[in-house]
Design a binder for this molecule. Structure first.
Ligand SMILES: [Zn+2]
Length: 251
């Protein structure tokens, strides 16, 4: 394991994380290409280079805009660091392989969707459409074995989550449905089952802890996208190991 490669990937992760966060914040209200350069969301002033350094600028400015002193979203440093660590971890597990490319594409999808769902309670159609095209192309070059596993995964996800939406009346939304279906296509049937199980487990655990802390009732609404994304990453990194471990318990 080459340490300088890990360091470079971490720095790339910080920079891309900053971009993914902006995508998640701006795609839902269609301001991604409003200005060429980065700007403050409150005073709309164009940022100088010293305000654009991931994590560092946030710490130096104590999380506030230099000019208008408005709060900069905590999501910036969190998503920058998360992306940095995920880039490194992906390389650590896969090396420079086709799986590494798949990992980066998943991160590029999951970080903006997570940000958007936390801030706006929405999973933007345009993000899902854009990445659907990319993942369909990826699976043309690197198909699952067997190739139709992608379609079984997507079809199963579509029917399962649609039934849950109809039966639960508002537990999940259409954004979640499309997001799950895309992961069904990417991972195939068995890995999708694991993904679905993990996402509901994460959501339930978080829901219980959140309700305890905030003293809210069971009706408190939390966005589900972040748990789907976290489950997808778990499946990508540890899916084979977890499924093997599960099968060994029963066979
Ligand atoms: Zn400002």
């Amino acid at each position: 394991m080459n340490v300088s490669i890990l360091l470079i990937l971490f720095l790339y992760g910080l920079i891309f994380g900053s971009f993914f966060n902006v995508v998640g914040l701006r795609v839902p209200n269609k301001t991604l290409f409003k200005q060429k350069r980065s700007y403050c969301d409150t005073c709309e002033r164009t940022l100088t280079w010293s305000e654009l350094i991931p994590v560092w600028s946030f710490i130096v400015q104590r999380g506030k805009c230099k000019e208008c002193k408005s709060q900069i979203s905590f999501l910036y440093p969190i998503m920058e660091l998360t992306t940095g660590f995920l880039f490194v971890f992906t390389y650590y597990l896969t090396g420079f392989t086709s799986e590494f490319v798949l990992g980066l594409l998943l991160i590029a999808l999951i970080i903006p969707v997570t940000v958007s769902d936390i801030v706006y309670r929405r999973i933007p159609n345009r993000l899902l459409l854009f990445f659907s095209l990319i993942f369909v192309n990826y699976r043309l070059f690197y198909p699952l074995d067997p190739i139709w596993d992608s379609f079984i995964g997507a079809g199963f996800a579509l029917v399962l989550v649609f039934l849950i939406i109809v039966l639960s009346k508002g537990g999940m939304g259409m954004g979640d449905l499309k997001y799950y279906t895309l992961f069904g296509f990417i991972f195939g049937f068995s890995h999708f089952l694991l993904l679905f199980f993990l996402s509901t487990l994460y959501g339930a655990v978080f829901g219980i802890v959140f309700a305890k802390i905030k003293n809210l009732g069971r009706k408190a609404k939390i966005p589900f996208g972040p748990f789907i994304g976290l489950a997808a990453l778990t499946v990508f990194y540890f899916g084979d190991t977890l499924i093997q471990w599960y099968l060994n318990l029963f066979l």
